[in-house]
Design a protein around this ligand. Structure first.
Ligand SMILES: [Ca+2]
Length: 222
């Protein structure tokens, strides 16, 4: 069956699709050592533990995937005075050893995909900043340049690109610590628009039979 009507694009929301399974649809929640940044395809590991209302850091209103790094989805607004969880954004935090926090997108079918979203500093009090990446999973091939973003940033950093992907190909959105992990909560808002699934062979056959039947009907009435 179709997820959407044939001919219409499929859309994927990193926040809206967030779930208690890993992967969750087109999205996976994981981590990798900072030293493996150039080879995420081989080094990406799924975050192992899910916790609803995870209470990380003192009662955050969020559902969490937990490993050395953390990825969480706010279930309400939350503001500690330093960390501000924003509705509509996932929150990514690198590990204490600088382990990358990674949201991974999987292209379910071959086609052209448009990625639109933004990074947002969720902890603007202090710290030495973070590194933000959007990458394919091999070599040093990158979709955007690695960017060092200082803390205290009050405006979002946009994500906007189109990429041709084959079925099963992976795109990684990673937050690194820039060497020091405190005050490194980062919001990620991301929506992906891709091609619609091709009609199933059985559906094509039915359409074909209907056309044939119509043709015969017309022939008989002429
Ligand atoms: Ca940092």
């Amino acid at each position: 069956m179709y997820a959407v009507a044939p001919g219409l694009p499929s859309t994927y929301s990193a926040t809206g699709d967030f779930g208690s399974t890993n992967p969750s649809g087109a999205w996976s929640y994981g981590q990798a050592a900072q030293s493996n940044l150039n080879n995420l395809g081989a080094s990406f590991n799924l975050l192992p533990t899910y916790a609803a209302n995870c209470a990380l850091g003192g009662g955050f209103l969020a559902d969490c995937w937990i490993g050395t790094a953390f990825i969480s989805s706010p279930t309400g607004t939350f503001d500690t005075g330093t960390v501000n969880y924003l509705a509509g954004y996932l929150n990514l935090h690198p590990g204490v050893d600088g382990t990358l926090a990674i949201v991974r997108f999987t292209a379910l079918i071959t086609g052209s995909y448009t990625f639109l979203g933004q990074w947002m500093d969720d902890d603007i009090v202090s710290g030495n900043g973070v590194d933000l990446y959007a990458r394919l999973g091999y070599g040093t091939d990158r979709l955007t340049s690695a960017e060092h973003v200082p803390n205290w940033r009050s405006t979002p950093l946009g994500i906007s690109f189109t990429q041709s992907l084959t079925a099963g190909q992976l795109v990684y959105f990673a937050v690194g610590a820039n060497g020091e992990y405190t005050f490194d909560s980062v919001g990620l808002q991301l929506n992906v628009t891709g091609p619609s699934p091709a009609p199933e062979p059985g559906t094509v056959l039915l359409v074909g039979l209907s056309s044939a039947a119509l043709w015969f009907k017309r022939r008989r009435t002429n």
